[in-house]
Design a protein around this ligand. Structure first.
Ligand code: ARG
Length: 720
């Protein structure tokens, strides 16, 4: 009986595919998923979604990135008009909305709507990728790999064949390409994107609506948030991607999504396409422990301190509040995530699930001599790598979170090389002018959202935290200086930093640039702190590199073994910022004993939650007036649906992704996950995991009745 129970437990828990789990690769839909999708109600074909021969839904799906790292999509979006109109989340547009905001024009507080295209606001630096096609290139990559290669040789061989593959596919085209490893380095796919560079802000509701519920409601259902903003992609007049120019024209997409005003019912088919950032579904019990006890615990602890200081300083002035709005929000987002994830992993006994999978794997390996040679020491290797690494991984998280908490030292160090060039007699005056211009530009960017007092306080508190928590040999030099010269008084150091460093204000920085003194630079406290930050970082990476290499190899073999053990299973790779599709249903759930959560929320709930002005639950007067009139048609009759939930499999990066119904129409934009299943990035929980979506009817109603932006309504194809 006990054995049978274990088998049933294993079947239910781990290795076997679970309903609706999976961030699927588009080129494999036909082979892996489409039959099941159609059984669940999907009315179109695999080719309607993705085909190399014809336009499809994928041509309406956009990955938002940043210049310099366009493949690391921070959010997703979808095209909803023949003129390149793009829908994404408010929290995805937050940075852009904030950057256009000032105390005089506070688009965060008041919202922003362009009633004419001329009024749309450019956002240099933001990129928008649309997939042209993708290809399995595993065989080509494997052809250059040999089992006896060291991990370094292996990485170099992969890099070199990948650049060749990308070059062949992109040469003479406007496309950008990337070869991405899947299944921890067991498979490789080429992705070819058109990357647009002129993405303009079109509209956003006030943050009291777009971020309604704030940090309190973040990662929670029931939710009542208008988490959307709108952008437009522009191209050169010939349709090719181009940097911002007033001569650019709106993108004419190959496909855009009709927007449904018909709404959803419980159990309706729903799929989501977008760019999930990262998941860790194949991690071992050892990896899980590291995530819980190192990454999550430390991140939560340091950020608690950081958020407290930011919050206190933001409360002091409206200017600081705007300057740090985006920084505070992104810090708070994964602060809460870390806490809730540990809670969910404990509640759901995820470690036990992982141990059961490892046991099954070990039994399978031990049953065959060939497997023993290939996989016999895999789990032990992984376990040892984590053990050897534990001090360094904790120090690394402290480094990122605490030493990387304040900002001025990072800016100081990054500007250092250019400032030194200004002292260099061998560099021409002309070249120096150029360097100055570029320094001025990065300074303007940096100081726009910088507060001296706030950053100095972060320095004192967070550098001290690092000092108190990390072993002596991993301390940056600046801490030795604080110990010696300041007798360990971090406050005093921060005071001197404020007084003495030329990086603590834009004026001081610009003045220094006019009369650069490189001897002074070397003694500047912010510069010293920045330099020693990077030195510590290099030291730590050197230590952990060897273990990371072992870990990567162990994980690769573990996943290869798991896949060999279950050859019939349709496997989905971990998220890695490449385009994916997840399918499932609109679905209510039971978060706890005796509690039932319905699958949708309404505008009445916004009013129920109303709190004081300036708080997280403020309801703007205009929204209240509209609510009193109950004028919902044609987006609702007696009530207006605001958000709904589905059991799709998404993660960070998916934010803004299109939620699409059985007919290929847009019914929502995904914007969050639920805390009860925050373990989902590590272990999908089919009964608990929900994806929280903005209902397109709320979006349409806001654009139409709240903003009165008929221009935007007219552009869309609305299905009534
Ligand atoms: N938790 C969401 C995500 O990571 C972000 C939600 C933003 N809203 C907020 N109140 N912070 O995608």
């Amino acid at each position: 009986m006990k054995n049978l129970l274990i088998i049933v437990f294993v079947l239910l828990s781990g290795v076997v595919a679970r309903a609706d789990e999976g961030m699927w690769l588009l080129s494999k839909l036909k082979e892996q998923n489409i039959d099941e999708m159609q059984r669940m109600g999907f009315k179109l074909t695999a080719e309607d979604i993705y085909s190399v021969n014809q336009p499809g839904i994928k041509d309406a799906i956009v990955g938002l990135g940043r210049e310099g790292r366009p493949f690391r999509h921070f959010c997703s979006g979808e095209l909803i008009s023949p003129q390149g109109l793009l829908l994404t989340n408010h929290h995805c547009g937050f940075d852009a909305i904030q950057s256009h905001s000032s105390v005089e024009h506070n688009y965060l507080a008041d919202g922003f709507w362009a009633y004419k295209m001329e009024d749309e606001l450019a956002n240099p630096g933001i990129t928008a990728s649309i997939l042209e096609r993708m290809e399995d290139v595993t065989d080509r990559v494997n052809a250059v790999l040999r089992d006896d290669m060291s991990e370094t040789e292996r990485a170099a061989a992969i890099d070199s064949v990948a650049s060749k593959i990308v070059k062949e596919a992109t040469e003479g085209t406007v496309l950008s390409g990337q070869v991405q490893a899947m299944f921890e380095g067991n498979q490789f796919f080429l992705f070819l994107y058109t990357i647009y560079k002129d993405v303009r802000l079109v509209g956003a509701p006030p943050q009291s609506m777009g971020k309604f519920g704030g940090d309190t409601d973040n990662w929670m259902w029931p939710r009542h948030t208008a988490d959307f903003s709108m952008f437009r992609i522009y191209t050169a007049p010939d349709g090719s991607p181009a940097a911002y120019s007033k001569d650019n024209v709106p993108l004419k997409p190959k496909h855009y999504l009709p927007v449904s005003a018909k709404g959803v019912k419980d159990n309706d088919f729903a799929m989501i396409m977008g760019f999930p950032g990262s998941t860790d579904r194949f991690t071992t019990s050892f990896g899980l422990e590291n995530t819980m006890n190192t990454t999550n615990d430390i991140r939560y602890k340091v950020r608690t301190e950081k958020l407290k200081i930011m919050g206190e300083e933001m409360a002091k002035s409206p200017k600081t509040r705007i300057q740090y709005a985006s920084k505070h929000a992104s810090c708070a987002n994964y602060w809460k995530y870390s806490f809730e994830q540990n809670k969910a992993l404990n509640n759901l006994k995820t470690k036990e699930n992982k141990i059961a999978i490892e046991q099954e794997f070990t039994n399978w390996v031990n049953a065959d001599a060939g497997r023993k040679t290939k996989y016999g020491d895999v789990l032990a290797t992984i376990q040892k790598a984590y053990a050897d690494m534990s001090n360094y991984s904790a120090a690394t998280v402290y480094l990122q979170e605490a030493l990387g908490g304040p900002e001025v030292h990072l800016f100081a160090y990054r500007s250092g090389k250019k400032l030194k060039d200004l002292c260099d007699k061998n560099i021409s005056a002309e070249k120096k002018e150029e360097i100055k211009k570029s320094l001025q530009a990065s300074a303007a960017d940096f100081y726009k959202d910088f507060n001296t007092e706030l950053d100095a306080r972060l320095f004192a508190a967070l550098f001290k935290l690092y000092h108190d928590q990390v072993a002596g040999d991993l301390q940056p030099e600046v801490i030795a200086l604080i110990d010696k010269k300041y007798k360990g008084d971090f406050e005093k150091f921060a005071q001197d930093l404020k007084k003495q460093s030329v990086f603590m204000s834009e004026e001081a920085f610009n003045a220094f640039m006019e009369k650069p003194d490189c001897k002074k630079l070397e003694k500047d406290l912010a510069y010293i702190a920045g330099k020693s930050y990077f030195e510590t970082w290099i030291k730590l990476s050197a230590y952990s590199n060897e273990m990371n290499t072992k870990l990567a190899k162990g994980n690769r073999l573990f996943v290869r073994g798991l896949m060999e053990m279950n050859p019939e299973k349709a496997w989905a790779p971990n998220a890695n910022s490449t385009i994916r599709l997840t399918y499932g249903k609109v679905r209510s759930y039971k978060p706890r004993d005796a509690v039932f959560y319905d699958y949708y929320t309404t505008l009445a709930g916004v009013l129920e939650k109303e709190g004081p002005k300036g708080g997280e639950f403020e309801v703007p007067a205009k929204l209240k007036e509209l609510y009193a009139k109950k004028d919902y048609a044609p987006y609702g009759d007696d009530y207006l649906v605001v958000n709904f939930i589905t059991d799709n499999d998404i993660t960070g990066g998916n934010s803004g992704s299109g939620v699409i119904n059985a007919n290929g129409e847009l019914i929502g934009a995904a914007f969050d996950g639920n805390s009860e299943a925050m373990s989902g990035d590590i272990d999908f929980e089919e009964n608990l995991q929900r994806c929280i979506n903005l209902d397109t009817r709320y979006m349409l109603w806001i654009v139409d009745k709240f903003a009165g932006a008929k221009n935007l309504i007219d552009e869309m194809t609305i299905v009534k």
